[in-house]
Write a protein that binds this ligand. Structure first.
Ligand code: PEP
Ligand code: MG
Length: 579
């Protein structure tokens, strides 16, 4: 019988494929039924994990310093002996076979059984040896997870990956491997994993609580990335309905392709700039496919992920130059690393990760704060961006600005770098524009002051909404509060657009709202002409904007700034979006 689940649809499209449960990043002991066919491979996983754990302990034992206390080697020897004991090796294998459950759950079951035995021991000393048992079991569990971490995504073809959560790096590695879609138990629509799924065109749903307990590897699953509906073991009628919808979405896309070369001008003659958000070089294919007006936001955090060292100036430079070459003269806005919060460094060579892991990372050392705090991470990037500026139209964008002082500090660093580069005869664009993300409410309110010291502004609605409505963008429990129509959000956006116009500097909007065809006409009505978005949305946005007139929308857009009434908001939005 079909099972239905609901989550938050974050990336449009229909996915039909086999379940691939992914267990990584945490030791997950959730019990999952496995099929008869999977018993042998699950037993192999456990045996391999035990073997690897033992090998590590033997290595550790060989490397114990001669002057180390006797206890140390006794401790390790005990653990090695335990790994030879059938109670920890054979019994969990028997449990996998008889109960048809995963290795982690079988080990956990045996841990609980042994815990009871130790608890009932009268001998205090022996009773405390359960700590050793736990230690050894934890090490084996960790090994099971570690092995899954290096699982090659090549066997994901045609599958729907189901995971507790996925890092942005996981999502990127899926793109080349024919993954049909993914479902996570946690995460909001503004998480980077969700943003990436949209930009890679992978149908995705987040926030499907506990789904891993109900689906099995290999069974058929469908997902509808628009409605957020997941079906496990769907009937043939359900499958054929979904297939019809998939075909109609494809037809819609083909229709939009006719707009690729159409100029981006509204019916009342307003020239628009529709540029692309990119994160990785591969995104450039989509930028070209939709004929975007260059890159309005290059998120450079990906250069820092999945590596043990901080990228050097040379590495940054090489990538930027390559991107510029691919853009063939179209503008490239490079945002300096917005690390911290949901975009953590995976490098152990920097203290930046520790600093970014504050009590409340979204409000901690993130973005420009982290960069100013870590010059060894920041300076090579600044220099590389400047060097790249001699190879094409580069703009530098600073994330997470809160105070003018941050801009002044960066500008002073840039001046020092420029002086050095002049002395070294290194070419750069003397007039390279420096802009700032307006994504913290304080910066939006003080947009006029920022406009005095910056060459352009870029509104980041993802964070602006997170911070002004106090909703963690990664937390699916508060995702229902995500409300781009909240008058506070709209007023902050309008205030920023006006501040840019007053100072005669360009204002772009590069948050997800600017790629959402439900809201772009409203933004046009509020005075916005520059939109940057993930390339897959660009043609839909273009279709909506070029068929509209700002003059006809303005009144309703201004009325939306002032109303909190949900019905009235929907009525006004409908009027704005009416053809
Ligand atoms: C934003 O906050 O809207 C934005 C574009 O930046 P990011 O999503 O990378 O935080
Ligand atoms: Mg942001």
């Amino acid at each position: 019988m079909a099972l239905m689940f609901n989550g938050i649809g974050v990336s449009k499209g229909i996915g039909i494929g086999e379940v691939h449960l992914l267990h990584r990043n945490q030791v997950d002991v959730t019990e999952r039924q496995i099929t008869k066919k999977q018993i042998a491979s699950e037993c192999r996983r456990l045996r391999r994990a035990i073997k690897n754990t033992k090998k590590k302990l033997l290595d550790a034992s060989d490397n114990i310093p001669v002057d180390a206390p006797e206890d140390v080697s006794a401790f390790i020897e005990t653990h090695i002996l335990m790994l030879d004991d059938g109670l920890l090796t054979q019994t969990p294998i028997d449990i996998i076979k008889t109960e048809q459950i995963n290795a982690e759950a079988a080990l956990q079951q045996q841990r609980e059984a042994l815990g009871k035995v130790f608890d009932s021991m009268d001998d205090q000393y022996l009773a405390t040896r359960i700590d050793d048992v736990n230690h050894v079991i934890d090490a084996v569990l960790q090994e099971l997870v570690t092995h899954d971490k290096v699982e090659e995504p090549s066997d994901w073809k045609g599958q729907i990956v189901v995971a507790k959560d996925l890092t942005p790096a996981d999502t990127v590695s899926m793109q080349h491997h024919g993954v049909v879609g993914f479902i996570t138990e946690t995460g909001g629509q503004l998480s980077h994993t969700a943003i990436l799924a949209r930009s890679l065109g992978i149908p995705a749903i987040v926030g499907v609580h506990n789904i891993r307990q109900y689906v099995k590897n290999g069974e058929t699953l469908t997902l509808d990335g628009s409605s957020g509906m997941v079906l496990a073991e769907p009937s043939s009628t359900m499958l054929s309905d979904l297939d019809k919808r998939r075909k109609s979405l494809k037809k819609q896309q083909r229709k939009l392709n006719a707009l690729i070369d159409t100029p981006a001008i509204t019916k009342d003659g307003i020239e628009l700039s529709l540029s692309a958000n990119i994160e990785i070089e591969e995104d450039l294919k989509a930028v070209k496919r939709v004929n975007a007006n260059g890159v309005g936001l290059y998120r450079t955090e990906f250069l820092f992920l999945n590596r043990d060292t901080v990228p050097t100036e040379k590495e940054h430079f090489k990538v930027y130059k390559k991107v510029l070459r691919a853009l063939k003269g179209a503008p490239l806005t490079i945002r300096t690393a917005d690390l911290g919060s949901d975009k953590l460094l995976s490098t152990s060579a920097s203290t930046a990760n520790d600093s970014a892991l504050g009590q409340n990372p979204a409000m901690g050392l993130r973005g420009i704060r982290l960069s100013l705090n870590e010059p060894t991470v920041f300076l090579p990037q600044l220099r590389a961006i400047l060097r790249a500026s001699s190879f094409g139209p580069v703009r530098m964008l600073l994330p997470m600005l809160t105070s003018i002082n941050e801009v002044l500090q960066v500008k002073s660093m840039i001046e020092t770098i420029k002086t050095g580069m002049r002395e070294e005869n290194i070419e750069f664009d003397e007039a390279m524009p420096i802009g700032g993300m307006i994504e913290v409410p304080a910066a939006a309110i003080a947009a006029a002051q920022f406009a005095e010291v910056l060459d352009f502004l870029s509104i980041g609605t993802n964070d602006l909404i997170q911070y002004s409505l106090a909703i963690d963008r990664l937390d699916d429990q508060v995702d229902y509060l995500y409300d781009p129509l909240h008058p506070a959000v709209l007023q902050l956006i309008k205030h920023t657009i006006d501040a840019g116009a007053e100072a005669d500097i360009p204002v772009t909007l590069c948050g997800e709202m600017g790629g959402d065809s439900r809201f772009v006409r409203l933004l046009l009505g509020l005075g916005l002409s520059n939109f940057s978005m993930q390339p897959n949305s660009l043609l839909e946005v273009k279709e909506s904007l070029i068929s509209s007139r700002r003059a006809g929308i303005k009144k309703s857009a201004m009325a939306l700034l002032k109303t909190s009434d949900k019905d009235e908001q929907q009525r006004l939005l409908k009027r704005i979006n009416k053809h």
